[in-house]
Design a protein around this ligand. Structure first.
Ligand SMILES: *[C@@H]1O[C@H](CO)[C@@H](O)[C@H](O)[C@H]1NC(C)=O
Ligand SMILES: *[C@@H]1O[C@H](CO)[C@@H](O)[C@H](O)[C@H]1NC(C)=O
Ligand SMILES: *[C@@H]1O[C@H](CO)[C@@H](O)[C@H](O)[C@H]1NC(C)=O
Ligand SMILES: *[C@@H]1O[C@H](CO)[C@@H](O)[C@H](O)[C@H]1NC(C)=O
Ligand SMILES: *[C@@H]1O[C@H](CO)[C@@H](O)[C@H](O)[C@H]1NC(C)=O
Ligand SMILES: *[C@@H]1O[C@H](CO)[C@@H](O)[C@H](O)[C@H]1NC(C)=O
Ligand SMILES: *[C@@H]1O[C@H](CO)[C@@H](O)[C@H](O)[C@H]1NC(C)=O
Length: 293
């Protein structure tokens, strides 16, 4: 395991829970027996319409691999998924807003409408990611992999990124790195970074969001190892509620881009993907926190 910065070994919570027993605010773990078509129906744990290429179904975007080890929190008959990007992954939020600058495939928890309680109080964003070595990302580009976007769409209060990250040149190891960045509209900067190793390694995160204190703390581990704190709670403006996005948002390459949603360069013929597992947002009131399933 390579932790590049901010490594704290033994931080203590007042009433932490080792196993997953805190209430779940948003459930995004996929029941075994689901099919890719599950994600296109309203019974999906996620929004069945967003965020994906205008002419794609989630059945075409999502694969449910049977060749992986279980992720840290996928132990109760739930399964990981593969989210893919192709040249068709062009999101069109409206008829006159075609986001040709991006390639996007993201899952939004169904009940997370932007003003619900999942972005209030204390919450822990849980997720695991693994490279699909047969569908590599293009690290010349920047990618968002998990983020909270404010209800007024003015900022991302927390973002997990990889690849070549615009604005962080010289501040983080660019390329094969997982970077947790605070509110992009403030000087919160990089909160944590770790090497994004492949070869079947699960990278497990818990992002502890204290919406009353405006702080974020990062927990991290690999494979079946319990989560451990790798930062203290750091100041981060996480006000503004909004929606959690789990999935890939690929930025364009190119210089002097003024509208990143529509400008820049995107290579054609891409076939990229990342495995996601154990997606849920946990209720952290009273210091409740799960470090393993
Ligand atoms: C596992 O299956 C997925 C498809 O579901 C595939 O993309 C991936 O390459 C496979 N991994 C290995 C190591 O074969
Ligand atoms: C396991 O999943 C079942 C069905 O979703 C649920 O009722 C139960 O509470 C889960 N158990 C744990 C320990 O999460
Ligand atoms: C979706 O398909 C329609 C009809 O073929 C086409 O006009 C449109 O450009 C496509 N949208 C994208 C984002 O490729
Ligand atoms: C969002 O969800 C909350 C909680 O369920 C509800 O009170 C609110 O009315 C919803 N808002 C919209 C715009 O649907
Ligand atoms: C978080 O910080 C922002 C910006 O300073 C502020 O507007 C907001 O009220 C703060 N939230 C809390 C709960 O203090
Ligand atoms: C990666 O992205 C760069 C910049 O857009 C592009 O020139 C290159 O062809 C891409 N590589 C692949 C394998 O798609
Ligand atoms: C980007 O802007 C800089 C500064 O104005 C200029 O020197 C450079 O040539 C521009 N690059 C491109 C590709 O237009």
């Amino acid at each position: 395991m390579t932790l590049i910065k901010n490594t704290f070994s033994a931080l203590v919570w007042t009433s932490s829970a080792l196993a997953q027993k805190c209430p779940v605010a948003l459930e995004g773990r996929i029941p075994a027996g689901s099919t890719p078509a599950t994600f296109d129906i309203t019974a999906s744990p996620f929004d069945s319409k967003n965020v994906k290429g205008q002419n794609l179904t989630f059945a075409e975007i999502i694969q449910l691999p049977t060749n992986l080890s279980a992720s840290l929190f996928d132990t109760n008959n739930t399964i990981p998924l593969l989210l893919t990007l192709s040249g068709q992954s062009i999101f069109a939020p409206s008829a006159d807003n075609i986001q040709t600058g991006f390639r996007r495939c993201e899952l939004l928890p169904a009940t997370n409408n932007g003003t619900d309680a999942s972005t209030l109080g204390q919450k822990i964003i849980h997720f695991s990611v693994m490279k699909d070595d047969t569908k590599p990302l293009n690290t010349t580009h920047g990618y968002q992999m998990v983020f909270l976007e404010s209800a007024d769409f003015s900022t991302n209060q927390i973002v997990v990124k990889t690849g070549t990250i615009s604005g962080l040149e010289g501040k983080v190891a660019q390329g094969e790195t997982l970077v947790v960045e605070g509110n992009i509209n403030t000087d919160a900067g990089v909160i944590f970074e770790a090497a994004f190793s492949g070869g079947g390694v699960w990278h497990n995160f818990g992002l502890v969001m204290d919406f009353d204190a405006n702080t974020t703390q990062v927990l991290y581990s690999q494979n079946s190892v319990s989560l451990a704190a790798v930062t203290q709670p750091v100041a981060n403006d996480i006000s503004g509620q909004g929606q959690y996005h789990f999935g890939l948002l690929k930025k364009p390459s190119g210089d002097n881009i003024t509208d990143v949603t529509k400008e820049g360069f995107q290579p054609s013929g891409i076939n990229e993907g990342v495995f996601y597992g154990g997606l849920f947002v946990e209720e952290g009131a009273g210091g409740c926190l799960s470090l393993s399933a």
